[in-house]
Write a protein that binds this ligand. Sequence first.
Ligand code: GUN
Length: 294
Amino acid sequence: MELIDGKKVAGEIKREIAAEVENIVAAGDRRPHLAAILVGHDGGSETYVANKVKACAECGFKSSLIRFEDDVTEERLLEEIKRLNEDDDVDGFIVQLPVPKHISEQKLIEAIDYKKDVDGFHPINVGRMSIGLPCFKSATPAGIMMLLERYGVQTSGANCVVLGRSNIVGKPVATLMMQKGNPGNATVTVCHRDTRNLKEVCRNADILIAAMGRPESVTADMVKDGATVIDVGTTRVPDATRKSGFRLCGDVKFDEVAPRCSFITPVPGGVGPMTIVSLMRNTLLAAKGEIYPR
Ligand code: GUN
C-alpha cells in the first residue's frame, strides 16, 4: 500500500507556481491576484479561506479577502461580484460556499464572469469541461486528477466508481475520469443514495472516489484488493482530545481499508491540499490569459 501524499505534491506544485510567478514579475508583469468573498463565520469556511490566502502568499500571488456578515443581502453580494468582474487588477475570484439560506448560491455563481471563475463552477466552465474544451476545471476534481497522474495510477480502461453526485465533486470528477486522455479513459459509475447493490458496485472498482460527505462509510468489505481509494470527505467530528475540539474525518474507514489498497489518500493531507493548489493553478492560468484571453 502506498499513501498518496497530497500535502507533499501540493508543496511541490506551489513551489513550481511560485518560480513561474517570479519570472512573470521579473519580466515586468503584475503578480496574479485572487479575491475571495466570505459570508459569515462558518468554522470550515473560515479555515478554507484562510488556507487559500496562505497559499496565495506561498505562490507569490496578491490576495484580497472580502468579508460580509450573515445578514448581507443577495443584492449587495451581486453588486460586489459585479465590481470584481470589472476590476482589471483581479485575475480571478471565488465566493466561498455555502452561503446563508436567504441567498441563491446559483444566482451568485452565474453572476461571476466565467473568465474569472477560477472555481470552475459557472455553467459555461462546467459545460466546456464536459465537452473537453479549455476551461477552468473545478478545483477538487482537478486536484484528484493531478494526484492520480503524479502517482502513476493507471486510469485508462479502469473501472472507476464515484460515490456522490455533487456539482462540486461527484459530477465533475466523473466527467474528467471518463474523458478521452490520460488521466482519463476510465469506465465510470456514479453512485448515490438510491443506488442498488452499492457494496457489489464498489467491489468492482479499480479506482474508488468517495465524495458523499458521510464519515467512515466506506468499509473494507466494499473495496477490491489492489484498488486505489481517493477520500474526498472532510467532515468535522467532535474530538475532545484536540485543541480545536474536532478532527477532520474522511468518508473512508482508513485503518481497515488501507491494507487492501494499492494507493490511498489520507484525511487530512490527501485531496484537501490539492484542491487549494488547483485553485492557485487556475488563478495563474487566468492571470496569463491562457484559458480565456484577458
Ligand atoms: N466550499 C467547499 N468547497 C469549495 C470550493 O472548492 N470552492 C468554494 N468557493 N467553496 C467551497
